[in-house]
Write a protein that binds this ligand. Structure first.
Ligand code: SF4
Length: 478
């Protein structure tokens, strides 16, 4: 039976589809389309009516569609090191024109099906159909063509004709693989310092202007006035650069509208995140991860605010009637630390389900909910991102979430891509156990490159965490 999808979730899906469709349309009409880091002030671009896309988000989508490895490898073949963040490698390969494509037979025009793809065929009683060779038969409807790497510059250079048409059409049709190339890039390094070089490289490869806002790591809990002045001056400079780029004047009314929308979206998003505090929770941190695309790509749109408010209503109703999207009874509650392994979501979920572990707290999602009332507060809000705040602030954020969301343990993703995040996690784990008396377990993985995830290690770590949570509960009862 198809999974029931709530009206809020449906509305959010449409919001993101529209962001991509609008950018494709803008490109077709010859308008400028930009690429932006996820926490660049989108309000500035909105004041110029610019269509902006988000490569981090795009890379997460490509990884979730299982094309992370081929794109990471493509970037490595271009000379980018395997140690660079997987999002950056996917994005740099994409910026260079590389695309994941379906293998097509240029004679017949048919896609060449990969026999290893597809799900097992089931009979009318839901039983897997076995073949004569004793192996499960594949459902032909779910089988997919081989994935190959193509290059839009090579396709463009072909003479008009059958091969050109077939190769254009073979590029995978999901939205993240159909994102328009950039005419300018917007970068803010509050996310991490890898951003700076990543966006400089995109600008160089695509020969487009880069608008950069430098927000350095903040080693104090407060953001000092001098830091605010430093960033405000850069906002002013970015506005001048955008005026030159677009030939338009900064529209204050549109800017204020975008600020109001961004604040309304952020407030609704934070209230949605707070529903994880219910015991049992009406949904899980995995649901929040799925909405990251919405809050990153469409924060400044009124439709995003409305859709999150609708989702809030769905969750209130779910709590009232005792419904949850989590398909098992909640025995343990944990915080999931870090970005999930997008290509391995089912593998992450499986052992959690087996042990009744619900992810009722995440750090990554609420980090994108920030509200401000004036320009200085806006700068301070942009100053704070998971990797740009000091360890005291980081510990206090997380311990607050752990307490509010009543977790029994913490599962830490040591993400090979995200070194700034993973680097201080060992100390954080120590502090969580000391301060909150809860066990923590870590596993190695990667948000985008599936080569860095080991399922057996992950399962063992989850099992260890469950045993520690069980012992902790028994001790408390004792
Ligand atoms: S914050 Fe981490 S995941 Fe995001 S771009 Fe930087 S290194 Fe990559």
């Amino acid at each position: 039976m198809a999974k029931e999808v709530s009206p809020g979730v449906l509305a959010l899906r449409k919001v993101v589809e529209d962001v991509y469709a609008d950018a494709r349309e803008a490109k077709k009409q010859g308008k400028l389309v930009g690429w932006s880091s996820s926490k660049f002030p989108c309000e500035l671009a909105a004041a110029f009516d610019l269509d902006v896309m988000y490569p981090e988000n795009q890379a997460a989508g490509i990884a979730a569609n299982r094309d992370g490895e081929i794109m990471c490898q493509a970037a490595e073949d271009l000379g980018f090191d395997n140690d660079i963040c997987g999002y950056a490698r996917i994005s740099l390969a994409y910026a260079a024109g590389k695309r994941a494509s379906r293998k097509v037979d240029l004679e017949t025009g048919e896609y060449v099906i990969n026999p290893a793809s597809g799900r097992p065929l089931k009979d009318e009683n839901g039983k897997v159909v076995m073949g004569e060779d004793g192996k499960p038969v594949k459902d032909p409807k779910t089988m997919q063509p081989y994935t190959v790497l193509d290059d839009i510059h090579e396709i463009e250079a072909l003479p008009d004709g059958k091969e050109k048409d077939l190769r254009w059409a073979a590029i995978k049709p999901y939205r993240q693989m159909q994102m328009p190339q950039p005419d300018f890039v917007l970068c803010c390094n509050n996310i991490c310092n890898c951003m700076t070089k990543w966006y400089e490289n995109i600008a160089r490869m695509c020969n487009v202007p880069l608008i950069m806002i430098d927000i350095p790591y903040n080693n104090t809990v407060e953001v000092h006035d001098t830091n605010v002045a430093y960033v405000r001056a850069q906002f002013d400079h970015a506005i001048k650069q955008l005026e030159e780029l677009t030939g338009k004047k900064f529209d204050e009314k549109k800017f204020e509208e975008a600020c109001a929308n961004a604040n309304r979206t952020a407030s609704a998003w934070l209230r949605v995140c707070d529903y994880l505090q219910y015991k049992p929770a009406p949904y899980s941190g995995f649901d929040l991860f799925n909405h990251m695309a919405d809050v990153v790509t469409a924060r400044g749109r009124v439709q995003a605010a409305e859709a999150f408010e609708l989702l809030e209503k769905d969750l209130a109703e779910a709590v009232k009637v005792g419904k949850s999207t989590t398909p098992f009874p909640e025995k343990y509650r944990v915080m999931f630390e870090g970005i999930p392994c997008w290509p391995k979501l089912p593998n992450l979920f499986k052992p959690l389900k087996e042990h009744g572990v619900n992810v009722t707290a995440v750090v990554y999602a609420p980090a994108f909910g920030f509200v401000y009332n004036n320009m200085d507060e806006m700068v301070r809000a942009y100053y704070k991102a998971p990797n740009s705040v000091c360890i005291e602030q980081g510990v206090s954020w997380r311990e607050g979430i752990c307490k509010d969301n009543k977790v029994d343990g913490v599962l830490v993703h040591y993400n090979r891509s995200c070194k700034p995040w993973s680097g201080y996690m060992a100390e954080m784990q120590r502090r969580f156990t000391d301060d909150l008396g809860i066990p923590c377990a870590g596993f190695d993985g990667d948000q985008a490159d599936p080569r860095n995830f080991n399922e057996a290690q992950y399962e063992t770590r989850v099992q260890g965490l469950v045993e520690a949570m069980e012992a902790n509960a028994e001790n408390k009862e004792g």
